[in-house]
Design a protein around this ligand. Structure first.
Ligand code: ADP
Ligand code: ASP
Ligand code: MG
Length: 409
């Protein structure tokens, strides 16, 4: 019987310098020696992706998408080469592959491409020669044979997609925290590590700003049933298992709280109240691959409406240009943008069977004098847009009110 395949992903902080790279290499070697075939996925070292974006912005405020991807993809390539060198010092053979070399094909949308297929022929051939294969995360090849990147945090997606394609039992995500916590431990030091969390809850947390996993990677994990183990790259402790809902009848009402400073609010003011307005606005944004999160439309007054919504901050500039054109076409009065907002979300499967959770969240904010500007809900989430300056306070209060500091799972 062939040896099992294990996918191990190391994030930016886990490969940021020589010492961390050597540490990652030692963990890879250990896993290989336990009798596994090992595929490693790595991110760019430290904050390199942010630094590369800054460099591009130093040249132009609207960099060309193709060239941006060519630039961003270099970060991960530094890590794969260095990690292979480190693994080889242990006397083990290793080979680095770019996303395209690993057979990762994607669509053409620069800087947030979606994986369309994986043909791991070369990757499997290398594994079967007994080599450790180290793949650059966050990148693939589009139908024009150009390199594309998979959206911020996209190395998680590379790892999960490879685990699905290679039918590996578990995808290990090594990071700078012990696992997934009840909220960002950088904001609330009392946050607790969660032992097990369902795909649905993790998807909502990640989609609401919990940086620890990229949301799209969880969608893929759920679709293909890939079990994810989020754990520390430095401490050899059990982390958090992300898997199917285990049907825990005593699941906490709220499992976690997410905070997102990466949103901006846009309003199109005094739009004529007639059919086709929303389609014109959101159609134009969708055509340009801009995702919209929350949407609020005020009730009509004097035959006009105000429509407000949020987009991610890096998309704001492009969204404004598109909206100016839509505004003129629709004969609306103005377009207004606001970058000082943040989103706070509470997430938990237990909410389905417990009424009053949203009310408790709103009351907590009211008592603290925090104004709620927008609200959205799903079956297992309540999210509020508030002033960014109130964000940390809101997260701390909600964490306490929902008893997460002492939760045990
Ligand atoms: P990596 O470089 O390994 O990909 P990231 O910086 O992308 O790591 O994600 C890890 C960070 O996510 C942690 O340092 C933590 O501050 C932040 N984070 C936000 N929400 C959570 C949460 N609920 N649980 C754990 N970490 C979280
Ligand atoms: N380096 C990329 C980023 O910073 C991808 C990743 O780290 O997952 O977004
Ligand atoms: Mg990450």
């Amino acid at each position: 019987m062939s040896r099992p395949i294990v996918v191990m992903k190391f994030g930016g902080s886990s490969v940021r310098d020589a010492e961390r790279l050597k540490n990652a290499a030692a963990r890879v070697v250990e896993t290989q020696k336990e009798g596994n075939r090992v595929v490693v996925v790595v991110s760019a070292p430290g904050d390199m992706t942010d630094d590369l974006i800054e460099r591009a912005n130093g040249i132009t405020s609207e960099p060309d998408g193709r060239e941006m991807d060519m630039l961003l993809a270099t970060g991960e390539q530094i890590s794969i080469a260095l990690l292979c060198m480190a693994i080889k010092t242990h006397g083990l053979d290793a080979i680095s592959l770019t996303g395209p070399q690993a057979g990762i094909r994607a669509d053409a949308v620069h800087t947030k491409a979606r994986i369309t297929s994986i043909r791991p022929t070369k990757l499997l051939a290398e594994l079967n020669k007994g080599r450790v294969v180290v793949v650059a995360g966050f990148q693939g090849l589009n139908p024009n044979e150009d390199i594309v990147t998979l959206g911020r945090g996209g190395s998680d997606l590379t790892a999960v997609a490879l685990a699905a394609a290679l039918k590996s039992d578990v995808c290990e995500i090594f990071t700078d925290v012990l696992g997934v916590y009840t909220t960002d431990p950088r904001i609330v030091p009392e946050a607790q590590k969660i032992a097990q969390i369902s795909y649905d809850e993790m998807l909502e947390l990640a989609g609401s700003g919990a940086q620890v996993m990229q949301a799209r990677s969880i969608e893929v994990a759920k679709k293909y049933g890939v079990k994810i183990h989020v754990r520390s790259s430095l401490e050899k402790k059990k982390g958090t298992l992300i898997e199917n809902d285990n049907g825990n009848m005593e699941a906490p009402v709220v499992s976690g709280i997410a905070f997102d400073k990466n949103e901006a609010k846009l309003s199109i003011v005094e739009v004529p109240d007639q059919p086709g307005v929303a389609a014109a606005i959101f159609g134009a944004l969708a055509e340009n691959s801009i995702n919209v999160d929350m949407i609020i439309q005020s009730s009509a007054q004097d035959g006009t409406n105000d429509i407000s919504f949020t987009v991610s901050r890096p998309d704001l500039k492009r969204a404004l240009t598109i909206l100016e054109a839509v505004k003129n076409k629709l004969k609306a009065k103005a377009v207004v943008s606001d970058e000082s907002v943040a989103k706070v979300s509470i997430v938990g499967v237990g909410m389905k069977s417990h009424p009053g959770v949203a009310a408790k969240m709103f009351a907590t904010m009211a008592e603290a004098g925090i104004n709620i500007e927008m609200i959205s809900t799903s079956e297992i989430k309540v999210a509020c847009v508030i002033r960014e300056a109130d964000g940390t306070k809101a997260v701390k209060l909600l964490h306490k009110v929902f008893g997460l500091g002492k939760s045990k799972r």
